[in-house]
Design a protein around this ligand. Structure first.
Ligand code: XUL
Ligand code: CO
Length: 440
């Protein structure tokens, strides 16, 4: 036991004064036809939770995550047991990892793969014991200095080959653990200056790497979804997977659009100058909504702070998009989030997950209410009602011409400007949020 002081977190409801209880997340409560747990599909991020020790650019770590282990491999073993104890106590049924989160990198690729082969069966046993499942796996192709100029987009062919070999193994372990997804996040797949960059070749190579990954994955029996996780910058100045729209153009150019869906991270959306809801909407409208990295940034900081999500407006609008997309299939809500550097105890990690899970549970309840109520939907429907008949229907059905539209306009005169009623709608959203008490 690593967290003796903490018991299984119970659902106690909104009036509970116990910080170590859920106020809104009631796993078995039916919402939108499914238990909350199935609607939300919460996942624990291995890297933030078991690995990150609170270091930042200006200071060392503030937490020890060796869990009593001495050697790197021993520490990796302890992390597995600590991870499953934490997930069990929080009632989290999925997790996500990078290859390098779960086992240390050795002196050679062979040694690194042996380390993975040592740890994966331990994880497998814990998965069997608890029923906890792997939401997605990925390869960390950004941390090691060999990847300083990119992995799939490296100017060096040997680095590309190394990345391919690493991804091959990551796909194998993800498949072995029954992963429901595999993520590409291109941490260094971009550039810092165009003065030294052949952008066209880099993107061609990246697409080829992804194509080989899909082919190999299917060959070895990987049945999950492949995702790309857009992010506009950080660590590179410009990342190729800038946002959902950019990734879509990339996928379509290379004929990969049937193979990939999006893993959308809230803090990446805001870094790209979009709202979280915008990115979700673009994905939904284009049939590529897949999974979510649940977190939030700080309005005053211009980087990826990966904070636990507590903003109710964001979680509500997010869950509204998820419900409208028909819910998750193989994706889920992965907390790609970490407790603040000064929140340096294990208790803080539990409290952070409770805060995030509760914020999404309430967001789900509110989203269901908004959807059932239908006021927002009917507002939008009415706003576009002119496309349902007459000349509007002809436009909607692509059955008109410039000549006809000119004749129509000459006869019709100046169109009437109609209000978008933004402030009314924002107030309506406030009204929904304030009415949360009625649905708890
Ligand atoms: C980095 C980030 C990654 C991906 C997985 O910003 O979000 O942790 O989620 O590589
Ligand atoms: Co992420």
């Amino acid at each position: 036991m690593y967290f003796e002081k903490i018991q299984t977190i119970p659902f106690e409801g909104v009036t509970s004064q116990n910080p170590f209880s859920f106020k809104f997340y009631d796993a078995n409560r039916i919402v939108g036809g499914k238990p909350m747990a199935e609607q939300l599909r919460f996942a624990m991020s291995y890297w933030h939770t078991l690995c990150a020790e609170g270091a930042d650019m200006f200071g060392a770590g503030t937490m020890d995550k060796s869990f009593g282990g001495k050697t790197p491999l021993e520490i990796a073993e302890h992390k597995v047991y600590a991870a499953f104890e934490m997930m069990e106590k929080l009632g989290i049924r999925y997790f996500c990892f990078h290859d390098r989160d779960i086992a240390p990198e050795g002196a050679t690729l062979r040694e690194t793969n042996e380390n993975l082969d040592h740890i994966v069966p331990i994880i497998q046993k814990e998965m069997e014991r608890t029923g906890i499942r792997l939401l997605w796996g990925t390869a960390n192709c950004f941390n090691n200095p060999r990847y300083m100029c990119g992995a799939g987009t490296s100017p060096k062919a040997d680095v590309f080959a190394y990345a391919a070999a690493q991804i091959k193994k990551a796909l194998e372990i993800t498949t072995k653990l029954g992963g429901e997804g595999y993520v590409f996040w291109g941490g260094r797949e971009g550039y810092d200056t165009l003065l030294n960059t052949d952008m066209a070749l880099e993107q061609d190579n990246m697409a080829y790497l992804m194509k080989m990954a899909v082919e190999y994955g299917r060959k070895i029996g990987f049945k999950g979804d492949f995702y790309i996780e857009p992010k506009p910058k950080e660590p590179t100045k410009h990342q190729y997977d800038f946002d959902v729209a950019t990734v879509l153009a990339f996928l379509r150019k290379y004929g990969l659009d049937k193979d990939f869906k999006m893993n959308i991270e809230a803090n990446h959306a805001t870094l790209a100058g979009h709202t979280f809801q915008h990115e979700l909407r673009v994905a939904r409208d284009n049939g590529v909504f897949g999974s979510i990295d649940a977190n939030q940034g700080d309005m005053l900081l211009g980087w990826d702070t990966d904070q636990f999500p507590t903003n109710l407006y964001d979680t509500t609008l997010c869950m509204l998009e998820v419900l409208k997309a028909g819910g998750f299939t193989k994706g889920g809500l992965n907390f790609d989030a970490k407790a603040r550097r000064a929140s340096n105890t294990y208790e803080d990690i539990f409290l952070s997950y409770i805060a995030g899970m509760d914020a999404f549970a309430l967001g789900l309840l509110l989203a269901e209410k908004i959807q059932k109520d239908g006021k927002l939907d009917s507002f939008v429907e009415n706003r576009y009602a002119s496309y349902n008949s007459g000349i509007g229907a002809k436009i909607r059905n692509h059955e008109t011409s410039f000549e006809e539209l000119e004749a129509y306009t000459l006869a019709n005169g100046e169109p009437k400007a109609e209000s978008g009623r933004q402030e009314y709608l924002e107030a309506l959203l406030n009204q929904y949020i304030a009415s949360a008490g009625q649905i708890l």
